[in-house]
Design a protein around this ligand. Structure first.
Ligand SMILES: Cc1cc2nc3c(=O)[nH]c(=O)nc-3n(C[C@H](O)[C@H](O)[C@H](O)COP(=O)(O)OP(=O)(O)OC[C@H]3O[C@@H](n4cnc5c(N)ncnc54)[C@H](O)[C@@H]3O)c2cc1C
Length: 453
């Protein structure tokens, strides 16, 4: 039988037993991660294929892993003896094709690296998760969203084709360089968002667009979250066409201020909207910015059109909210989404639940696309109080999301954390067909078992 050492020749790319780095046993959501068979770091598709064959021969389960920034417990095994295939060393930008406006990359390239590279060439890759240090393979597996989805969509909208190693060890390429296709089922779309349960992505061809030549950011401060959510809907329906509309409560932001060591441009009020407008004509941008300021005039305490340097600093604070929270406090992060006209009602409901369950609730997130990251704060609750109150609040919250026509996850995925709610909130016929699809691709349930459903 083939050995792991004969597949991964370099000893610094293979870990077994006590040599497995502690990071592979750490996760915010999954405690007591069981011992793994090995962690292998392939550098090409052939190695991935050999690793899958190795797992088939020994009947091992397999877990694909990118940068490990997932927040749904999807990138860690639940059962003993899994083979972890960590793809972060497959990190080459393979080719920029300026004729078809596509970029071919390996799965381990960081999304922040893709932004830097394509922007230096005059192109734009819009999906922009706050975790710039996540891999594009992980972004595809979770259909990552981020800060520009309101105008540009999510990762799914920028994948032209995917190559993956299937649980059978066959290699499949799905999609193509063509802009259009009516040529049978689109398997690529099944793989996007499948959280490593259908195959291991080894190559991705991304769609690029021309880089907008001008950008302006606006910061609005409000007395209440309700005023901020009301303003969001008015802005979205005004034709101002923002490429990002982020909402955050002061209480959620203060950890980022502490972590980065500088304040937000505005220090008044309890809730903020941070927005970007982009385009090619600075005069037209200025008119759109003015429209937003007009809308906010009635209720905003302050309105700032940010200089480019201020924009960088204030957006960095926004990007740092989750990291800041992680450093300074204990919380549970949610990722629910509702139709955009129900966003204000959802936020209002979370505040009522805060009072009902005596558990501090904060909100931040992608207001422009109806995706809120509700934070349940542990504060100084005992373990028992925290467990009880959190469970009761979650039950109410997901019921409200369902009543509003929403979904349990907008961009982080289901993983293990939201499985229970996915089951309750998804039409059983849908679930039956999802399970049947998993069975077709992975009859032995080898890839990331126990996740999603
Ligand atoms: C501070 C912070 C901010 C964040 N902000 C955002 C945000 O704004 N928007 C957003 O959408 N998410 C956000 N996230 C969540 C996270 O970064 C994303 O889910 C990201 O897409 C995960 O990528 P990763 O490389 O870390 O994947 P991992 O965490 O390693 O894996 C995530 C999932 O992808 C699968 N996977 C990874 N690589 C492959 C592959 N090559 N083939 C098949 N399956 C694979 C894994 O099996 C797992 O199911 C944030 C996380 C943090 C910590």
């Amino acid at each position: 039988m083939t050995t792991l050492h004969s597949i991964i020749i370099d000893s610094d790319r293979l870990f077994t037993g006590e040599d497995v780095p502690a990071a592979y046993y750490e996760d915010t959501y999954v405690k007591d991660i069981p011992p793994v068979h090995a962690v292998a770091l392939p550098v090409n598709e052939e190695e991935v294929q050999s690793l899958v064959r190795y797992a088939i021969d020994r009947d091992l389960t397999i877990l694909a892993r990118g940068a490990g920034t997932g927040v749904a417990g999807a990138q860690v095994p639940l059962k003993e003896d899994a083979l972890i295939i960590d793809l972060h060393l497959m990190n080459r930008i393979v080719a920029l094709d300026e004729e078809t406006l596509t970029l071919t990359v390996e799965p381990g390239v960081l999304v922040g690296e893709i932004h830097r590279y394509v922007e230096s060439q005059g192109y734009f890759y819009p999906p922009d998760p706050a975790s710039k240090h996540s891999t594009i393979g992980g972004n595809v597996a979770t259909n990552a969203g981020g800060l520009r989805a309101v105008k540009y969509g999510t990762t799914r909208d920028y994948v032209r084709s995917l190559t993956a190693v299937l649980p059978s060890a066959e290699v499949i390429t799905m999609g193509s360089r063509n802009i259009k296709s009516s040529s049978g089922y689109d398997l690529k779309d099944l793989f996007i968002g499948s959280e490593g349960t259908l195959g291991i992505t080894t190559r991705i061809q991304l769609k690029l667009i021309p880089l907008p030549q001008a950008r302006v950011s606006i910061l609005l401060a409000f007395d209440t979250v309700q005023q901020a959510t009301d303003a969001t809907l008015a802005i979205l329906t005004s034709g101002a066409d923002p490429s990002g509309v982020e909402l955050f409560e002061r209480q959620a932001l203060r950890y980022a201020e502490q972590n980065l060591g500088y304040p937000l441009k505005s220090q008044v009020g309890e809730a903020y909207l941070l927005m970007t407008l982009d385009g090619n004509d600075p005069k037209e941008l200025a008119m759109r910015a003015e429209r937003i300021e007009q809308i906010a005039k009635e209720t905003a305490l302050e309105s700032h059109i940010l200089t480019p340097e201020e924009a960088l600093r204030n957006w960095a604070l926004r990007d740092n909210i989750l990291l800041g929270l992680t450093v300074f406090t204990e919380f549970e992060l949610l990722d629910e989404v509702v139709p955009i006209n129900k966003f204000a009602e959802l936020i209002e409901a979370t505040k009522q639940m805060q009072a009902k369950h005596k558990l501090n609730v904060l909100n931040f997130g992608h207001a422009g696309d109806g995706n809120v990251h509700t934070l349940l704060m542990k504060d100084d609750l005992s373990e028992e109080e925290w467990t009880e109150r959190r469970a009761a609040l979650l039950k109410d919250l997901y019921q409200k999301v369902a009543d509003l026509g929403g979904l349990p996850s907008a961009e982080h995925g289901i993983g293990i954390v939201k499985k229970e709610y996915m089951e309750k909130m998804t039409d059983p016929v849908n679930l039956t067909y999802m399970r049947a699809i998993k069975q077709v691709f992975d009859p032995d349930n080898r890839l990331n078992p126990g996740k999603v459903f």
